[in-house]
Design a protein around this ligand. Structure first.
Ligand SMILES: [Zn+2]
Length: 400
């Protein structure tokens, strides 16, 4: 799907000015008709309604001005694997094919595809990202483009060398517009000692720590203490799990016992959660990101968004990679959510795609709405609507 023709992206104009549009979505619950946004010094200064007229006013047209969308979980690094992996044959064959194809592609091919995918994000309305990188090749790609968000270096296994080398802290840096942080891959793939060390370092830097959690049956079984194929697989890669504190628990409870769940941890997927898990997530203030299209493609299962919203867990949206999802667009993800979950209110869906994502990345003060003080990056959609409700209808189905 090509959205570029109907989208205009405004990035921190150097001069003070006011942008006017037929509709302005200040936040998912506030849609204003004929309003203007005044920006200066890279920030939103005020919203004016009705929109003023004059030489300093840029009239964008009758469409919708809104905050850029947030893709809170993606892997640009895997973009070269689009349409190269088996689907519908189970998770384990998919992971095996991913590792094989990624190694076969080689760094130059992976980097070229990542660059192309990164360049397409703005055309799809995505202005803030949570990029996960295992090989480290996308950090410079995003930094050079001045893409906003958090780049996470992801760690698997026990990677003991990380624990002892301070220079690795170079990967952890809080800065605008793109911070560098760290992620654990998942409870069943990253050693507990490494998870707690990574969490400690990202917390000290005031940054979010990310981890996939409660995604697959393999993960659930391993953390429940069922030894077998997965234990053998890790052993074959030189990882001894004998001392890992697994057994008779869920992945959420396991991470909680390790002490890594709090308001600056971003758990991704949450496909398998119990009421006790939801209680832990709510009490710890853990941030959540869901990737429903990827979940359906890989696992034939969808997250229980209704329960997560009922527990006020404010999930964000991500796409995962092009290896498991057909696009990195969040308009597409919103449209899918709307189709699959007709009972969810449209402002809740737009919140998942904007402010929830910004907060999940620890950037809710700078992004996610058009409130005063937020960053002056704006998204204009060339669509027509007749009422505020109609605006929400159009925006949440724009990806269809
Ligand atoms: Zn992922």
């Amino acid at each position: 799907m090509t959205l570029a023709s109907g989208i205009r992206f405004i990035t921190e104009p150097s001069r003070s000015r006011t942008f006017r549009a037929g509709w302005v979505i200040k936040d998912p619950w506030t849609v204003l008709e004929n309003a203007g946004i005044t920006v200066a010094g890279g920030q939103i200064k005020k919203i004016v309604t009705p929109a003023p007229k004059g030489a300093s006013v840029v009239d964008l047209g009758p469409g919708v001005l809104m905050a850029p969308l947030v893709n809170a979980h993606l892997h640009l690094e895997l973009s070269a694997l689009k349409n190269r992996l088996p689907r519908g044959k189970g998770f384990a064959p998919w992971v095996a094919a991913l590792l094989r194809e990624r190694d076969a592609a080689g760094t130059p091919t992976l980097k070229a595809a990542a660059q192309k995918a990164a360049a397409s994000l703005q055309d799809m309305g995505v202005g803030l990202v949570g990029e996960i990188s295992t090989l480290g090749i996308t950090r410079q790609v995003l930094h050079n483009r001045r893409t906003a968000g958090v780049w996470f270096r992801e760690f698997l296994g026990d990677e003991q060398e990380y624990l002892g080398h301070e220079e690795q802290d170079l990967y952890i840096k809080k800065q605008f517009p793109l911070s560098f942080s760290a992620a654990g891959h998942a409870p069943h793939t990253t050693a507990p000692k490494l998870l707690t060390a990574l969490k400690k370092r990202t917390a000290a830097a005031g940054l979010v720590f990310s981890i996939h959690v409660a995604e697959s049956e393999v993960e659930m079984d391993f953390i429940a203490g069922i030894r077998g194929g997965w234990t053998d697989f890790l052993a074959s890669r030189g990882i001894d799990t004998a001392a890992w504190p697994v057994g008779n628990k869920t992945p959420v409870a396991y991470l909680h016992d390790l002490g890594v769940l709090d308001g600056t941890t971003l758990g991704v997927h949450l496909l398998h959660v119990t009421d006790r898990d939801l209680d832990i997530l709510e009490r710890t203030g853990t941030k959540l990101c869901l990737c429903p299209r990827s979940n359906q493609n890989l696992h034939g299962r969808l997250p229980d968004i209704g329960s997560l919203l009922a527990w006020n867990l404010a999930p964000a949206l991500g796409t995962d990679s092009l290896a498991s999802c057909d696009s990195l667009g969040i308009f597409d993800e919103m449209a899918f959510v709307r189709q699959q979950y007709p009972q969810i209110a449209l402002p809740d869906i737009l919140a998942m795609a904007t402010i929830n994502g910004a907060r999940a990345l620890g950037l809710g003060q700078l992004w996610g709405t058009l409130d005063t003080g937020r960053t002056a990056r704006l998204l204009y959609l060339d669509i027509r609507a007749s009422t505020p409700a109609h605006v929400m209808e159009k925006v949440t189905s724009y990806g269809i």
